[in-house]
Design a protein around this ligand. Structure first.
Ligand code: FAD
Ligand code: MLT
Ligand code: ZN
Length: 461
């Protein structure tokens, strides 16, 4: 036990699991961004709501900042602890607490991994439809704190839609039980929705009651090759009108290059500029409709090649081409942009952004992919091996300012689903007005009067 301040915490909670080993501090002090040097004071691993409340009350007295921590798969630096904070990891609070078949809700501790929630729902004959590649590692608390999206938003919406209630230990150590699973509740401000996407700045989510959906229909997966960006939106409109889409995702040739270099099977003998991975409800009629839609797109020149999955294994293989991108580029410590515009604004925004990035990034490997059906683009700029990280980030930030300007003109958002965290903090004002940010600061002051909950994230105090 190195820091004398921790003695008070140990005295208050002798049973609390507390880590101070340098390897643990490094492990729990960073997320997937890998940009900041982890330097937390210690890591607390509470096992109950009462312990979380006691930790927050101790932190207030001791003036120690807290970083709430889930699976640390975040891509915006929200869970980074680089300034002597106490990391409060929810990983030991990972149990399913209850299932209500009438309400069709599942109540879980906030550290429960997304995949465990999906499995628990499936075992009960229902589905938890939020889904993305980090499912095995990310936590429900982190998903709520970022309003995570993923690959099925086009049909099921973001995490926000599925939170029927939650318990939050706020920055004063108070336990707020909000939403309580009610379908209808017009009794004032919705503190549940305020907590969604709060990125740990209002308190620590300790429990969530999640709505469950009907099990999904049997589906097929189709991979399409496209000649240009313009074709993307045409193919999207065509398929959305003719099929029940469960997902509509895109990637560029550079994205495919990295996934294949990382071990995925190349889908076609040739390479093409753009690809779409789409999943749709399957059956005899749907397969026929899909084939017709495919032929229509080929006839129009929007699609130049394609394959439809014939088995679950083949569907998984096609999905790997899309879901494997993040891991395949991780070694380049990419600078990630996660932007959104209204779907109707997408064609104009795409054209402007494509021209902007071609002009500004002739020297970098730029990997585009994302949830095009939701108006959400991921633009990853890969760091050249021989470039210092500081110089690389400085150049990317220069271009992000230009991108933020384009987003402002098109009414978009600088963070579609990853959160603002540290990475996008300088650009918050491109998405939120000064008046809005002032209201957010005010809300934070009420729930976290000492500014100890994840300080420096989202906006500066
Ligand atoms: P962390 O990274 O631990 O934390 C994220 C933020 O939430 C931090 O600000 C943290 O302080 C806060 N937080 C965590 N737990 C709590 C809690 N209990 N109470 C209060 N605040 C808390 N995201 C998407 O939206 N869509 C995707 O498709 C997607 N795909 C991904 C694929 C890969 C391979 C990876 C690595 C990441 C992906 N992500 C995606 C990003 C990430 O998985 C999500 O943001 C996820 O919701 C983070 O959950 P986490 O538990 O890892 O949170
Ligand atoms: C994705 O859609 O794959 C994720 O948001 C992860 C990423 O952007 O790298
Ligand atoms: Zn995404």
């Amino acid at each position: 036990m190195t820091d004398p301040r921790l003695a008070g915490l140990v005295q208050t909670l002798p049973d609390l699991r507390l880590l101070t080993d340098p390897a643990d501090l490094e492990h729990y002090g960073r997320d997937w961004t890998r940009r900041w040097t982890p330097a937390p004071l210690a890591v607390a691993l509470p096992s109950s709501v009462a312990q979380v409340q006691a930790i927050v009350r101790w932190a207030r007295g001791a003036g120690v900042a807290i970083v709430p921590s889930g699976g640390r798969t975040g891509l915006s630096g929200g869970a980074v602890a680089a300034n002597g904070e106490l990391v409060v990891s929810l990983e030991r609070m990972n149990r399913v607490l209850g299932f209500d078949p009438v309400d069709r809700t599942l109540t879980v501790q906030a550290g429960t991994p997304l995949e465990a929630v999906q499995n628990a729902a499936r075992e009960r004959g229902l589905a938890y439809p939020v889904d993305f590649a980090a499912r095995g590692s990310c936590s429900i608390g982190g998903n709520i704190a970022t309003n995570a999206g993923g690959i099925r938003v086009i049909r099921y919406g973001n995490t926000r839609e599925w939170v029927a209630g939650l318990k939050l230990v706020d920055g004063r150590g108070e336990l707020l039980d909000v939403g309580r699973g009610l379908v209808k509740n017009s009794s004032g401000y919705d503190l549940r929705h305020l907590t969604v996407a709060s990125e740990g700045t209002l308190g620590i989510i300790v429990e969530a009651t999640l709505r469950l959906a009907d099990p999904p229909p049997p589906t097929s997966v189709m991979l399409l090759a496209l000649p240009d960006f313009e074709a993307l939106m045409q193919v999207f409109s065509t398929l959305r009108a003719r099929l029940r889409l469960e997902a509509f995702e895109f990637l560029t040739d550079r994205a495919l290059h990295h996934v294949v270099a990382h071990g995925a099977q190349p889908p076609f003998a040739e390479t093409y500029p753009f690809y779409v991975v789409t999943e749709f409800a399957a059956g005899e009629a749907e397969e026929a409709a899909a084939l017709e839609a495919f032929e229509h797109c080929v006839g129009e020149g929007w699609v130049v090649d394609g394959v439809i999955s014939q088995s679950e294994a083949q569907a998984a293989q096609l999905w790997r081409l899309r879901e494997g991108i993040t891991e395949s580029v991780a070694r380049y410590v990419p600078y990630k942009n996660d932007v959104s515009v209204r779907i109707s604004a997408m064609p104009a925004f795409l054209a402007e952004t494509q021209a902007l990035l071609a002009r500004e990034y002739p020297h970098f490997d730029v990997v585009w992919f994302g949830h095009i059906g939701d108006g959400n683009l991921h633009i990853n700029v890969l760091k050249p091996d021989d470039m210092a990280q500081d110089a690389f980030v400085a150049d990317c930030e220069r271009v992000t300012r230009l991108l933020a300007g384009a987003l402002q003109r098109h009414g978009g958002s600088i963070s579609a689903e990853h959160g603002i965290g540290l990475v996008k903090k300088p650009y918050l004002s491109s998405t939120r007005s000064a008046a809005e940010i002032e209201v957010m600061r005010g809300i934070r002051r009420v729930l976290d009067p000492d500014g100890l909950m994840n300080p420096g994230k989202l906006f500066d105090p």
